[in-house]
Design a binder for this molecule. Structure first.
Ligand code: 5AD
Length: 334
């Protein structure tokens, strides 16, 4: 699709002076971002389902409840056939795409994700995104050949020392950046993003991360507010300010108007209405959680009490932002 150009369109918007914008300055920022969203995407917001197929993870990120050192977590892998049945026959009518997500778990890639992607492509019109961590070139190629087209691989922080201090994947930012570039060069639409308010993050670090994301060859961007999960080393730290998170959404939209930017469920945890506000501030993708209830609680990104975005909540938020659900997938299927 032509709109997925990797060019960074408005690098001239300096991020740092806007990160803490409030009141009328923030309204101005949102209005500009909203206008860019409307210019590129009209009033359409994409609706993607997500299934969290495995919570095994070989990484140990300090901010994440699924980190391998969290021994209190019951680990699961959902059978591919269960998910295929649900997605082929019982999915919500509004979704045009599915995101298959897991901890970094190559076993799940082989046993669950690959058969699931093939079945979705054969039996449904859905576009397929995956968020599976850093894998081998061969695993990426198998996923792409199976019919996945969007790879979600976040930076969380674009500062190399901070990345290492957070025990982020591989503890090596340069390798993560190389993985992003390799994925983009091998036919994937790539989405990356950051956590706003991650402990140890300064405003200049956050602004530099936004600059880095703007220049990478990406089709999508995301920002999650930091949530101090109950079972992580950072559990005593403060949650991100909703305003900071929303300002990042708007800045991402202004700098790369053509990118896909999600409203993420963690936004519900930092402030009432923050999720719908993210759409007003320039986000153009909403996610319906389709992980069967039996496993959902153990997909521990934040706390065990999750705020589950079901179809009605997603459609209400899109409506509250004056938008409507898109009827086409993120990337047109041939
Ligand atoms: N707060 C906010 N986002 C988090 N993630 C993981 N842990 C946290 C946290 N404590 C996000 C990261 C990760 C995604 C799966 O969840 O963005 O990539």
């Amino acid at each position: 699709m032509a709109s997925f150009s990797s060019a960074s369109v408005a690098p001239n918007v300096a991020a740092e002076p806007w990160l803490r914008a409030e009141g009328s300055r923030q309204e101005e920022l949102f209005a500009l971002a909203h206008a860019e969203r409307v210019r590129v995407f009209g009033d359409e917001v994409f609706v993607r389902g997500v299934v969290e197929v495995s919570n095994f993870c070989r990484q140990n990120c300090s901010y994440c409840g699924m980190r391998r050192d969290n021994r209190t977590l019951a680990r699961y892998r959902i059978e591919a056939d269960k998910l295929i049945e649900m997605l082929v026959h019982h999915r919500p009518a509004s979704i045009t795409d599915i995101n298959i997500q897991a901890g970094e778990d190559p076993v799940a890639v082989r046993e669950i994700v690959l058969p699931l992607v093939r079945a979705i492509r054969e039996h449904t019109p859905l576009g397929v995104s995956v968020c599976l961590g850093t894998l081998s070139p061969r695993e990426y190629a198998e996923l792409h050949d199976a019919g996945a087209s969007f790879y979600i691989i976040k930076l969380e922080t674009g500062d190399a020392a901070h990345y290492r201090a957070m025990n982020s994947p591989g503890r090596d930012l340069a390798k993560r950046l190389q993985a992003i570039r390799n994925l983009a060069a091998t036919g994937w639409a790539v989405s990356s993003g950051l956590i706003a308010g991650l402990p140890g993050q300064t405003d200049s670090m956050l602004a530099a991360t936004l600059d880095l994301l703007a220049e990478l060859p990406l089709a999508g961007n995301s920002v999650s507010p930091f949530i101090p999960g109950t079972e992580i080393p950072l559990s005593h730290e403060a949650a991100a300010a909703p305003e900071l998170t929303l300002n990042c959404v708007a800045l991402m939209r202004l700098r790369n108007p053509e990118r896909i930017i999600p409203a993420v469920s963690a936004m519900n945890l930092v402030g009432k209405g923050t999720y719908a506000q993210a759409i007003r501030a320039g986000a153009n993708l909403a996610t319906i959680n389709l992980t069967p209830a039996e496993w959902r609680e153990d997909y521990l990104l934040y706390t065990r009490e999750r705020f589950i975005m079901d179809e009605q909540r997603v459609l209400d938020a899109i409506d509250a932002a004056g938008c409507r659900p898109a009827a086409r997938p993120l990337i047109a299927r041939e």
